[in-house]
Design a protein around this ligand. Sequence first.
Ligand code: TYM
Length: 332
Amino acid sequence: RPRALSGIQPTAGSFHLGNYLGAIRQYVALQETHDAFYMVVDLHAMTVPQEPAQLRANTRLAAAQLLAAGLDPDRCTLFVQSHVPEHAQLGWVMNCIAGFGEASRMTQFKDKSAKQGADRATVGLFTYPILQVADILLYQADTVPVGEDQRQHIELTRDLAERFNTRFGDTFNVPAAHIVKEVAKIYDLQDPAIKMSKSASTPKGLINLLDEPKTTGKKVKSAVTDTDTVIRFDPVEKPGVSNLLTIYSTLTGTSVAELEREYEGKMYGALKTDLAEVMVEFVTPFRARTQEYLDDPETLDSVLAKGAEKARAVAAETLATAYDRVGLLPAK
Ligand code: TYM
């Protein structure tokens, strides 16, 4: 079986709809066809200030949500990044392969550090993409399901894998990004020019999966559209409506073309009311399942412990080879 790997940050509160449609849904699908590894990247979360107790709680919450979304510990390996020390270890090696210039060109770093100010941004934030490279290469991943905003980091992974292989001999599989075009970028409901994200403009534009379902319905109904009246998929002229159609189509499995036919001659309000209902039907059981996992921390922790053990077996082997190739003296 080809191998899939991905990571997601333990964010405060809840994952959002962009995370789910752009990435988590693909994690769930790839369990069926791939030897799949998914991790909660707590070390990456540390690149911005975290309150220790919150970080720990958010890590469990992230794992609970991944299980609630459909990850099955019998069909994939679910673990926490810091439970597998090889990530930090290979991260260092890759830090010594990556160029300062190429790291400086990472657009996510540039955006995030600009927002925080050069003095507040940490060195960890700068080397964040290189730790991500290590995450992927440790598992010899073939495919990496992510949203569009991670494309550049996967390109960096390919570049560094090839550089390492050329310099030290074939060691790493060169992975490919798995980006599903239709859902690669889900937009903010209040500002369809920007991607949905935790740092978005207003809370109204952000669908948190663990919001009160009533709140979710309201947010959908107040989504920004346009002054036209036709329900048509046209991301350039009608970004708001198109985003709603994408979300609707993905959650229901109805094609966008079919939705366009169904809503011919109808008003935006009808589309929003129906989508609000679809969304409430999706988040209500999701919330309940997440709560069940949170209510049973022993089971959750044992899933993560088994996951870490399986992950470590793979990661340790790759790290040993990489250490050997670069000339580190083995400890006897
Ligand atoms: P993170 O935690 O920011 O996001 C998790 C996943 O959600 C996707 N995503 C979106 N997709 C579509 N539309 C959106 N509006 C949207 N917002 C977020 C992201 O593309 C991502 O796939 N650096 C990574 C975590 C990471 C990782 C890895 C990923 C660490 N190591 C190894 C893959 C492989 C990140 O911060 O994702």
